[in-house]
Each structure stands twice: as C-alpha cells, then as structure tokens.
Design a protein around this ligand. Structure first.
Ligand code: PRT
Ligand code: MG
Length: 213
C-alpha cells in the first residue's frame, strides 16, 4: 500500500490533475468528508489528509511514502529524511517582507533600526535578514501575521503573498522578496529504496504532468 500525504484546500485541488496523470483518483472529496484516510480508485494507493505543515513529518517518519508540501513548509521543517525529486510548480506564491503603507522600510534600514518582525516562518526569516546583515527581533505567530504591524506588535511581517489582496485590505505593502514558493513532491528516503518499483511510475507520471508556465 502506498500512502500519499496531502493537505486539503489549494494543494489538494492543484494535485488532483497530477494524481489523475498517475491513474489515481480520490473516492471522496476531503472538503466534504470528515475522513482523514481517503481511499482511491487504486486499491494499492490511499491518501491521508493532514495539516500542510505536518506533511513533511508524516513522510519523514514513513507514515506516508509520498507527500506534497510547499517550499515554505519544507524550508522550516529542514527536509530531514526526505528525498525531493520534483518541483510540481503548483500553489505558487512569494514569500515577502511587508510593512504598513506609511512605514519607510528603506529609511529605517539605512538608520540601522532594529526591526521587530512577526512571522510563522522563523527559520526562513532569520536566514533572510542574516544574509542582508540586518539585526531583527523575530516574533513567532501561527496566523494572521498581517495584524502585527497594525496593532504595534511589529514593524514588519514575513508572509506568503499571492494576489496581494490580503496586504491591500490591511493597508500593508510588500517591500522585499524573500523567495519564490511552489509545492514539491517529497518521498520517504527509506521507502524509496524499498518500494521504488511502485513509487517510480507515480513520480514519473507526476513529472510528465507538471505545468510549465
Ligand atoms: O490554512 P491552514 O492554517 O490550514 O494551513 P496553511 O495555511 O499552512 O495551508 P494552506 O492550504 O492555506 O496553504 C498550503 C500551501 O499553499 C502553503 O504552504 C504555500 O506553499 C501555498 N500557498 C500559495 C499559500 C498561498 N499561496 C497564500 N496566499 N499559502 C498561504 N497563502 C496565504 C498567505 O499566508 C496570506 O495569509 O494567503 C494570504 C495571502 O493571499 P493573497 O492572495 O491575499 O495575497
Ligand atoms: Mg492557509
């Protein structure tokens, strides 16, 4: 039995065509089902529905053979025990630094101000500011980072941006790109060695179905 770990929402939606290319179709819709283990049309393949941030953990420990996770999540996890053969080019967005519309980010950097930054992505943010030689105080949040600068918790946020609608709605502006994000296929390294005859055809089908744009 091959187990594939996925999160519902945008990753599940954008993975559906890739699974179809490998002849795999979920028999239930994770948005309406309360089941966490979803059978597929293939008796040898099942899907497990986990939080996006938990996907690398399930695959690392071999509870899932394959998983699909954002580069944002993988960078924070560290990628231990994971083979990452494919950039699936789905769930794309950018990791950005953003501040209040009325905040002069460049000027505060020039003045060497020590910025307070809220983020869910502490490791990524630390590496970004360290590479710039900036000293910042990082404050970990688990969501709604956009609120931080509005209520005086922080000067800046490091978060994902796709349409920019969330920043605009909260009178924030993006001032710096931290990196481009897309979702990756991750494979348990030990499982890949043992189950390669079963896993490789799925990996190859995914590879052939990646949209190049
Ligand atoms: O939502 P939940 O707390 O359950 O978990 P999650 O946010 O980790 O999962 P999910 O499904 O929302 O995101 C899964 C993956 O999708 C992430 O790990 C990213 O790799 C990728 N992705 C792509 C995004 C976005 N685009 C995105 N826009 N993840 C989150 N966002 C959020 C962003 O954090 C911000 O709050 O959407 C908001 C900004 O969107 P715009 O369109 O207003 O700019
Ligand atoms: Mg989300």
């Amino acid at each position: 039995m091959i187990t594939i770990a996925l999160s519902k929402g945008r990753i599940f939606e954008e993975t559906t065509p890739l699974l179809a290319a490998a002849g795999i179709q979920s028999l239930e819709d994770p948005e309406s089902s309360r089941k966490l283990i979803l059978p597929t049309n293939r008796p040898d393949v099942r899907l497990i529905i986990v939080r996006a941030t938990d996907v690398p953990t399930y695959v690392q420990y071999g509870a899932a053979d394959l998983g699909i996770a954002g580069k944002d999540v993988l960078d924070e996890h560290g990628g231990e025990g994971l083979y990452q053969p494919l950039d699936l080019n789905i769930a794309r967005c950018k990791m950005m630094v953003a501040v209040r519309e009325d905040f002069d980010y460049e000027a505060s950097i020039r003045q060497g101000a020590r910025l307070k930054v809220v983020t869910k992505y502490v490791k990524t943010a630390r590496a970004h500011f360290a590479a710039k030689g900036m000293h910042v105080d990082l404050i970990k949040l688990y969501g709604s980072m956009e609120l931080g600068p509005l209520v005086g918790l922080a000067d800046a946020i490091v978060d994902l941006v796709s349409t920019g609608g969330t920043l605009r709605a909260n009178k924030l502006k993006a001032v710096e790109e931290v990196g481009a994000i897309s979702s990756r296929l991750v494979v348990n390294q030990a499982s890949y060695k043992v189950n390669r005859p079963m896993l490789q055809p799925i990996i190859d089908s995914f590879a052939g179905a990646i949209r190049q744009d």
